[in-house]
Design a protein around this ligand. Structure first.
Ligand code: MEV
Length: 329
């Protein structure tokens, strides 16, 4: 970048799931919020494609290769530089944020100035996630990173929230459909404190583990449905701005996730540390490691408690902007 060429740069937020992870893969309602932490990509014309100095590789960079093939009609090689403050493989949606930011920059490069087609971009980002997760992925991460704010997914159109689009995916268990909505629920009244266990647990493994448990014991679908019931209660509380009830539903959701087998001793340790100063606490994302989230009116004290228990802390307000172009080359 020392030759004076302005890179084309775009950034996209990570996400935190307040309700419904895993159950959303089976069509139950779920809610995610865009967090303050973002991932930025900068692209500069170059003699060949590269990512942070290494040649672009479909095994190492499957999301980028898929988006390049879909969005760049002519091969104009770019040097891609990735930066940001979303930890990798921690349940905070770093791969969807990468797809959203790369997709926005490529869209700009190939169409020159045309407004971003968020519907198409989030659909491509969803397909990239599904590819990486063995065919089982909800559009949760992709839509939240592209749209920003608060996103509700459900198997039916909800009266609450603004309906955005329908997503369909052929999964190993049959076709799934999700209705995606956005919810105006930004607030400074409460904060999210994210505690990272530092343990990497691939989403694909966690999602496959749940699928295997449900195939072996079909009656456990009741647990998935119970998560959906709690998520509906949480959505109502969020719309009323009743954060005590939101927190209560989050903690209930965590107990159901724990029974499902997707928590871990490291997550339980951080959750226990944060609980006394929080309105609600749960794991967020696929679990097995990664992050927990606390909803709190006192982010400083809750963050200190998580840090004392050995977690790495990130703090975010609720409701942050989705993907956008930061500069155009
Ligand atoms: C991952 O962020 C959330 C899961 O529900 C998987 C998905 O929705 O694709 C575990």
């Amino acid at each position: 970048m020392g030759d004076g060429v302005t890179p084309t740069a775009a950034s996209a937020p990570g996400k935190c799931i307040l309700f419904g992870e895993h159950a959303v893969v089976y069509g139950q309602p779920a809610v995610a919020v865009a967090i303050e932490q973002r991932l930025t990509v900068a692209m500069t014309p170059a003699p060949s494609w590269s990512v942070d100095g290494s040649p672009l590789n479909s095994k190492k960079h499957p999301h980028i290769v898929m988006l390049k093939d879909a969005l760049m009609d002519e091969d104009r090689p770019m040097a891609i530089h990735i930066s940001g403050d979303i930890p990798n493989a921690s349940g905070l949606g770093s791969s969807a944020a990468l797809s959203a930011a790369v997709g926005a920059a490529m869209h700009h490069l190939s169409t020159q100035q045309q407004p971003l087609d968020k519907d198409r971009l989030s659909s491509l980002a969803h397909l990239a996630e599904a590819h990486a997760q063995g065919g089982r992925a909800s559009p949760m991460d992709a839509s939240t990173s592209v749209e920003g704010g608060v996103v509700i997914l459900s198997n039916q159109r909800e009266e609450r929230g603004d309906w955005l689009y329908t997503r369909r995916l052929e999964t190993p268990e049959g076709e799934r459909t999700w209705e995606v909505h956005s919810l105006p629920a930004a607030t400074e009244e409460v904060h999210l404190v994210l505690g990272n266990t530092g343990v990497h647990a691939p989403t694909s493994r966690q999602v496959a583990m749940v699928a295997k448990a449900l195939a072996a014991q079909p009656h456990r679908m009741q647990e998935i449905e119970a998560i959906g019931t709690v998520a509906r209660r949480g959505i109502d509380a969020l719309i009323r701005g009743d954060y005590e009830a939101v927190g209560h539903a989050m903690s209930e959701n965590h107990l159901l996730l724990r029974n499902l087998g997707v928590s871990s001793p490291e997550l339980e340790n951080l959750i226990q540390a944060a609980a006394p100063t929080s309105l609600g606490v749960k794991l967020t994302g696929a679990g097995g490691g990664g992050c927990m989230v606390a909803l709190t009116r006192d982010p400083k004290t809750t963050g200190e408690a998580i840090e004392l228990a050995g977690g790495r802390v990130l703090i975010s307000r609720l409701g942050n902007p989705g993907v956008h172009l930061d500069s155009s080359g």
